[in-house]
Design a protein. Structure first.
Lengths: 266, 415
């Protein structure tokens, strides 16, 4: 059993959806990022640690800016692994996903990347621009290292694609609730619910829903029909809002994550 | 050559089903796109391959190429330029005389017809030099489609006349400030907008790069260049060229010229922008200096650091100022079929002036890179040999940049 499936069983026994949170590693700088990641990990069941990239094509302005801040602060892939190690040491049961774009692990070498990711304590990898069709460049290696490969589904995914993705995914299915980039506004709740149940016809994997979840109310609603609620831009936006004071920033992130978590517990 | 030219509509050297080009066991291209775009890309792929074998589609496309764009474009034996180079005979493929002043329209006519066939009412595009933006805005006007063009703010400054042309044609030009505010960032932004609007919007991609099916589709729409040039050269010179030369931004004019020549005994040369010099970091020479990487949906050569972060590029020409390159050119280089060369800003600027002075043809700064390298190559060859250079566009859009570089004042005098 992978750590991710333990996480989902635990949440299931508590009759609630998992909180899947996102922050970009190294944002706004490496030291502050360590504090913020650990703060967010407190309330989260699964933490997505973003690997900053120069060209985040699938991200909206909030996460684009996060990548730019992290890179400007001198964040290297080794810092991402170090931050992951530090979070793992403090949170042995947390699910950890390294998230980002194909070119970072591709240039490092998928084998080298997988080895270091596992050593750092990551459970899974989510690469936005490697659909199942291109999985031939990494799937065997990730499997060999025991890393789950999270794949996305979206409103444009046809029945045929849903089957293909479900066949290749492990860990969970990440349903992108809208045709758009991270941080956009959420789609219609009943439509999302319908699509999640449609996905469940094809898989026993947990289904998490993300992109656009910003309020406790949305999180709670999504939590009633999904196995996990992904919150990214909403958490990331606390960083630029309090850029001058990292203590207040940390408090704001704590409050934001507490309020979403409470909604999931309700 | 007149408008009675017959094009070869067979698809030669197709990639595999997933859009991969293989060379010596190395794989290029593919479809490295976010899930939301996978289905829209599949739909374009299906529509393209269906349209390609549909006589009606081809008849309309070719009719527009002939009567609207003005094809075939001439092949011109540039005798005074040949003399200036001092070696082989230089022939120029005059894509600058294509409607809108560059090769770009060959592609936008094809994609706009496809968009209309797919029932899309709205088109978007990225642009660097503004030539693809103008070519897209032009077909959008012709087909009465709504048109949004994404352009880096730095490029809007460099190519101001083209910004105005696009606006006159009825397009919205949307400045992109993210990253380096140039072509790659405009692609990022157009991809983001397309993800959110793929139901009713067609993304007219401007070069032979990006996710499958764009590289093969854009190539097919541009092979008219090489097919015409091959026949014209045979007709005028009685033989094929010895060398064919084209500049490379993403690779559309190069693949368009070179692809139909690859099965002949002709040296094929791709010329990249060397900016301030290949020994500096300030260039845009992905084939000469890049490493394998994945950007904008395809695996190819890329200018990037050791950790896969894309590096800022520099070129005097906005249309070559791009860190990546189309996957098919990368595969052709890998297999040894394609030679790569480069020209610096200064060399391009010098070629710009020479061609203007000795032939009365003002080339685009992009094309000036091909002229510079082509003259260098010709100089090492015999007078009975032929160098074919793709003159991909005209230089009116670049007059501001050239004036700035040469420090020319409003009276046309050096300051
Ligand atoms: C005249 C001209 N030539 C060449 C290029 C480079 O593009 P590509 O490599 O796709 O031909 C451009 C791009 O804007 C252009 O305007």
């Amino acid at each position: 059993m992978s750590r991710l499936s333990d996480v989902f069983s635990r949440c299931k026994s508590e009759h609630r959806a998992a909180l899947v949170s996102y922050l970009t590693a190294g944002d706004p700088d490496i030291k502050t990022s360590e504090t913020l990641l650990n703060t967010l990990a407190e309330q989260s069941d699964i933490l997505e640690i973003g690997m900053p990239f120069s060209d985040p094509m699938a991200d909206g302005p909030v996460i684009q800016a996060a990548s730019e801040r992290a890179l400007a602060a001198g964040t290297h892939i080794q810092d991402v692994f170090r931050l992951t190690t530090q979070v793992r040491q403090q949170h042995p049961d947390l699910g950890i996903i390294l998230m980002g774009y194909a070119n970072i692990p591709f240039v490092l070498g998928f084998e080298n990347f997988a080895k270091q990711a596992v050593e750092a304590g990551a459970d899974a990898v989510l690469l936005v621009d490697i659909p199942p069709e291109e999985g031939h460049i990494c799937d065997a290696i990730f499997q060999q290292y025991g890393l789950d490969r999270i794949l996305l589904l979206s409103p444009t995914s046809t029945e045929e694609r849903i089957q293909l993705v479900c066949k290749h995914a492990s860990g969970f299915i990440y349903y992108v609730s809208l045709n758009g980039i991270t941080g956009a506004d959420m789609g219609e709740m009943t439509t999302i619910q319908q699509q999640v149940s449609n996905i469940r016809v094809h898989t026993d994997l947990p289904v998490c829903v993300g992109f656009g979840v910003k309020t406790a109310k949305q999180a709670q609603e999504v939590g009633t029909f999904s196995d996990g609620v992904v919150v990214g831009s909403h958490f990331v936006s606390t960083i630029p809002q309090h850029i001058a004071d990292s203590e207040i920033m940390n408090q704001a992130l704590k409050q934001a994550s507490l309020s979403i978590k409470e909604a999931l517990l309700a | 050559m007149s408008t009675d030219f017959t094009y070869d509509l067979t698809i030669h050297h197709a990639p595999d089903e997933g859009g991969h080009f293989l060379a010596n066991g190395t794989l290029f291209g593919g479809c490295f796109a976010a899930e939301t775009l996978m289905q829209p890309l599949k739909e374009i792929e299906t529509a393209f391959f269906e349209a390609w074998v549909d006589d009606e589609f081809q008849a309309e496309r070719i009719s527009l190429l002939k009567h609207y764009a003005g094809r075939a474009t001439p092949l011109y034996h540039a005798q005074r330029l040949s003399k200036a180079a001092g070696g082989a005979q230089i022939y120029l493929k005059r894509e600058d005389l294509n409607h809108t002043g560059a090769h770009k329209l060959n592609n936008t006519i094809g994609q706009a017809l496809l968009a209309r066939r797919m029932g899309k009412k709205k088109v978007i595009a990225e642009t660097g030099a503004g030539q693809h933006g103008v070519a897209t805005a032009t077909v959008a006007a012709l087909f009465d489609m709504q048109c949004d063009i994404y352009m880096g703010r730095e490029d809007m400054r460099r190519q101001a006349p083209n910004v105005f042309r696009m606006k006159l044609l009825g397009a919205n030009v949307i400045p992109v400030d993210s990253g380096t505010a140039t072509l790659k960032d405009a692609v990022n932004e157009a991809l983001r907008v397309w993800v959110a609007n793929c139901e009713d919007t067609f993304y007219i991609f401007g070069t032979a790069a990006g996710p499958h099916p764009f590289p093969i589709m854009v190539r097919q729409f541009h092979t008219v260049i090489g097919q015409e040039a091959r026949a014209q050269c045979l007709e005028q010179a009685g033989k094929l060229p010895d060398v064919a030369v084209a500049c490379v931004g993403g690779g559309s004019n190069a693949i368009g010229l070179l692809h139909p020549l690859q099965d002949d005994d002709i040296r094929l040369v791709a010329v990249e922008a060397a900016g301030y010099g290949l020994e500096t970091k300030e260039h845009a020479a992905a084939l000469c200096k890049g490493k394998a990487g994945i950007i904008h949906g395809s695996l190819s050569y890329l200018l990037e650091n050791d950790e896969g972060q894309v590096q800022p590029t520099h070129s005097i020409s906005a249309g070559l100022d791009y860190p990546g390159v189309g996957p098919e050119l990368a595969a052709m280089m890998e297999s040894g079929r394609l030679e790569v060369d480069s020209a610096t800003d200064d060399e391009a600027l010098a070629a710009f002036q020479i061609l203007t002075k000795v032939e009365g043809i003002i080339p685009a700064l992009e094309s000036s890179h091909a002229i510079a390298a082509g003259m260098r190559i010709a100089a090492r060859m015999k007078p009975e040999q032929i160098v074919l250079i793709n003159l991909s566009g005209r230089g009116d859009k670049d007059l501001g940049t050239v004036m700035e570089k040469l420090a020319i004042n409003a009276e046309g005098e050096a300051t």
